[in-house]
Design a protein around this ligand. Structure first.
Ligand code: AKG
Ligand code: FE2
Length: 253
């Protein structure tokens, strides 16, 4: 699929350099992520139900908070692609996160799965988020996630899929923001330390569900991810008996 893209706008916040309010929010949302992960650990019958949350409470955790801003797009629809990109570049900071404006004049965030363990997203009341789900016939279709500023949208990340041997699935999602009002979203990406080894937990491996992925470090996964397109199904590259060279040759973002 070819798309002509110009960069979107994202603000990366780092608790070491940003203010107290951000730190407070990060701490609250990190605790929420831990509670959710502990419940998942219990539900999966792990010997150590806190295994997942310990990865993100580790002092070297690579977790981060990202704020995405999608400008109103109803007026941009009428412009041609070059004008769209010129206008966008006036209001944009450089983004490497897939924020984009497509040739059709749609502002959004390209299809992807979140690579970390768990993502907690909060947004304003402007729609745009869509998830890829199988319908009754087993075909995949994009389903709109209704905007709800009072709720968190929680995503399983690729690492949690690997740690649970595919019991929990990292859902593919995207943003298509076509509203006349800006969409704002804040996402906390709960991640382990770079050196953490990601390997399916023994409780998730059975005779009928053998180990699906080879073990890797989060650092290794990140390096692989940054060499691929945003839309790449990167976890497939770690399948134990899968040579996914076709997918790998897709190109770079
Ligand atoms: O901005 C959104 O609503 C979602 C963005 C997203 O999926 C991401 O930043 O990973
Ligand atoms: Fe995402």
């Amino acid at each position: 699929m070819s798309q002509r893209l110009c960069s979107g706008r994202a603000v990366m916040l780092d608790p070491r350099t940003d203010g107290a309010v951000v730190n407070e929010y990060i701490e609250a949302v990190r605790q929420l992520a831990c509670e959710i992960l502990d419940l998942l650990g219990e539900g999966l019958g792990l010997k150590d139900p806190r295994y997942f949350s310990k990865l993100i409470t580790n002092a070297d955790s690579d977790s981060l908070l990202r704020i995405n801003h999608y400008p109103p797009s109803c007026t941009i629809h009428k412009l041609d692609h070059d004008d769209q990109c010129n206008i966008k570049s006036l209001v944009s900071t450089k983004a490497s996160n897939g924020g984009n404006l497509t040739a059709g004049g749609r502002i959004g965030f390209g299809e992807h799965s979140d690579p970390q363990i768990l993502s907690l997203l909060r947004a304003n009341d402007v729609d745009g988020l869509q998830v890829l789900l199988p319908n009754r016939d087993g075909k995949e279709m994009w389903v709109q996630v209704p905007a709800d500023p009072s709720a968190f949208f929680v995503n399983v990340g690729d690492l949690l899929q690997a740690l649970t041997n595919g019991r929990l699935i990292s859902v593919r999602h995207r943003v298509i923001a076509t509203a006349c009002r800006p969409r704002l979203s804040t996402i906390y990406f709960a991640a382990p330390p770079l050196h953490a080894r990601i390997s399916a937990l023994t409780e998730t491996i059975t005779a009928s569900t053998p180990r699906q992925y080879r073990s890797f470090t989060w650092a290794e996964y990140k390096t692989t991810m940054y060499s691929l397109r945003l839309s790449h199904s990167r976890l497939d590259l770690f399948n134990i008996d899968d040579d996914d060279s076709g997918n790998a040759s897709e190109g770079k973002a």
